[in-house]
Unconditional design. Structure first.
Ligand code: ZN
Length: 140
């Protein structure tokens, strides 16, 4: 049995219309460095801003009309999109979550930003919050 209380929060993601126009707010708060990465498999561009406790804020911008972020922005407007927990052995996490009757969006881990394997829990199963589990594949 995996103990989820041992896992850490990795990041909180915010859907934005544009990373470029959103960055000045974060720079005004003192964030001096960020990491922008395209994730073609998810049709998104991500921007990670790190906090001192190893938690990040992830800005998410749509890439193309088919992006889930485009749909999210149309439905709800900019705002908190998901939260992500850093896990180990993501396959075992998937098995345990499925056994508990929790609905996943993808049961096979996908390639996420930062060379991570990721799965998403459907908001229907988690009180309206999209949850990401992420396992880092290497320290590159
Ligand atoms: Zn994320």
């Amino acid at each position: 049995m995996i103990d989820f209380s041992k896992f850490e929060l990795d990041h909180v993601a915010i859907a934005v219309e544009s990373i470029e126009t959103s960055l000045p707010f974060y720079q005004a708060l003192g964030f001096s460095s960020h990491h922008i990465e395209d994730v073609p498999s998810e049709k998104v561009r991500t921007c990670f801003l790190s906090l001192a406790n190893n938690v990040s804020v992830e800005l998410l911008e749509a890439v193309g009309d088919e992006s889930p972020i485009t749909k999210f922005l149309q439905k709800r407007g900019p705002g908190i999109h998901h939260m992500c927990y850093r896990v180990k052995n993501i396959e075992a996490v998937v098995a345990q979550v499925k056994k508990a009757g929790i609905q996943l969006i993808n049961e096979t881990p996908r390639q996420g930003a930062h060379n991570c394997k990721v799965v998403f829990v459907h908001p229907k199963s988690s009180g309206g919050v999209l949850i990401e589990f992420s396992e880092k594949m290497s320290d590159s």
